[in-house]
Design a protein around this ligand. Structure first.
Ligand code: GAP
Length: 386
């Protein structure tokens, strides 16, 4: 027998392998339909020979560790597989102390740990990774509209940092893919070079209903209902009676490592006609180095003008990214270095700057240079980074 997973993508290839090894005498069966007693006769999915299939085993996808020096079973702890539960745990704390009103969201970034069976593809699937999650709490009647809002908003955000185009899709889950408590889930997916022609998940946007708050309420014994003073019947004095409810939650949950990997894959460009054929076409909004300032030569008053410009740009844009200054090596090498690092604009101080207060702007993607006034550099950059 040759067993495969339902709809396994490599079914045809594996079947051929099995036919070669067993003289064409093979029958394809679904793995789920094979009784354990027959396992010895089965060529398992991705296996090289018959008889390697083991009985089903429990996989624990959570990382465990021990807290405390004695390391007994009582000291066992599990590392979080998502950052979300910390937010649910703090829901009441935030409502009681920060005077927020529903709808509101609590955002969170941090490490997550999963005992992935097949970590691979650079940082795409790893056992320790960074997540950015938002738990957005709203009234149950408005939850579907908020779900649609976040789904579209998050897709637009990925486009706004440079992943627009046919490599990016928003995929709504089919009913049978949804968790039992979810009223809807969509994934933002990117076509990575190693998933092509398929796509890999970047972010999930899930309508989690009030499942999590219900569970925390049940197991902690703490009341997590929200009292909404702006709802309920209108009273004779013009105020509302109020309504008590467990908010529903919309959760956009993104993988930051996957996001960075997608941006690098999208930005990596080869152009053999350029002196340095590789460059990183990052959107100016996301480029870690926002601009570079070069004195054409390291003398004749140019370094001083460059330093002034550098200080001005650093004061204005230093919080959104790096501003570099480089006076060493040929100007071509300096441009090439910035191209590879994804820096979108280089400003060069040359002889003309000293006479007419203009500089050259070099565009990373086209290599084109133009002249602008020295005092137009900051407004130019502001417009490009917006
Ligand atoms: N709280 C919901 C949640 O954790 P998830 O879809 O399991 O949802 C969110 O994870 C995102 O985290 C995924 O869309 C993906 O980008 C990223 N992610 C999940 N597992 C990962 C792994 N093993 N390595 C890197 N990123 C991962």
């Amino acid at each position: 027998f040759f067993a495969c997973r339902k709809g396994a993508p490599r079914e045809a290839k594996q079947r051929k392998k099995a036919e070669k090894a067993y003289g064409g005498d093979v029958t394809t069966i679904m793995l789920t339909s094979v009784p354990v007693a027959q396992f010895a006769k089965v060529l398992a999915p991705d296996a090289e020979k018959v008889g390697t299939l083991t009985e089903p085993r429990q996989f624990n996808l959570m990382f465990s560790t021990y807290i405390g020096a004695t390391a007994t079973e009582d000291d066992k702890a599990y590392m979080r597989p998502e950052t979300a539960q910390g937010v649910f745990l703090h829901f009441k704390n935030v409502v009681d102390t920060s005077r927020v009103k529903v709808p509101f969201g609590i955002g969170n970034t941090g490490r997550s740990f999963r005992n992935e069976v097949t970590p691979r593809n650079f940082t795409f699937r790893s056992r320790e990774f960074e997540q950015a999650e938002l738990e957005f709490f709203c009234h149950p009647d408005e939850s579907l509209a908020w779900y649609q809002f976040w789904r579209d908003f998050r897709m637009d955000w990925w486009k706004a940092i440079g992943l627009a185009g046919e490599n990016l899709i928003l995929r709504e889950h089919d009913k049978d893919e949804l968790s039992h408590y979810s009223q809807g889930t969509s994934d933002v997916e990117y076509r990575f070079p190693f998933t092509a022609p398929g796509f890999g998940e970047l972010e999930g946007i899930a309508h989690r209903g009030n499942y999590d708050l219900t569970q925390h309420q049940k197991h902690s014994g703490a009341k997590l209902e929200y009292f909404d003073q702006e709802r309920g019947d209108l009273l004779p004095n013009g105020s509302r009676r109020g309504e008590r409810y467990l908010p529903h939650c919309i959760e956009p949950a993104a993988g930051l490592d996957r996001g960075a990997l997608a941006l690098i894959c999208e930005g990596y460009t080869r152009d053999e006609s350029r002196p340095s054929p590789e460059f990183l076409k990052l959107h100016p909004r996301i480029a870690p180095i926002k601009a570079a300032v070069f004195p054409l030569v390291n003398k004749d008053g140019m370094p001083e003008v460059a330093e002034n410009l550098y200080n001005d740009l650093f004061a204005k844009f230093g919080r959104s990214g790096f501003i570099e200054m480089d006076a060493k090596q040929s100007i071509g090498k300096r441009y090439a270095r910035m191209d590879e690092a994804g820096c979108p604009f280089c400003f060069t101080i040359d002889g003309e700057t000293l006479t007419n207060q203009t500089v050259t702007v070099r565009d990373r993607d086209s290599g084109a240079q133009s002249r602008i006034a020295l005092d137009a550099v900051a407004p130019f950059l502001l417009e490009k980074l917006a």
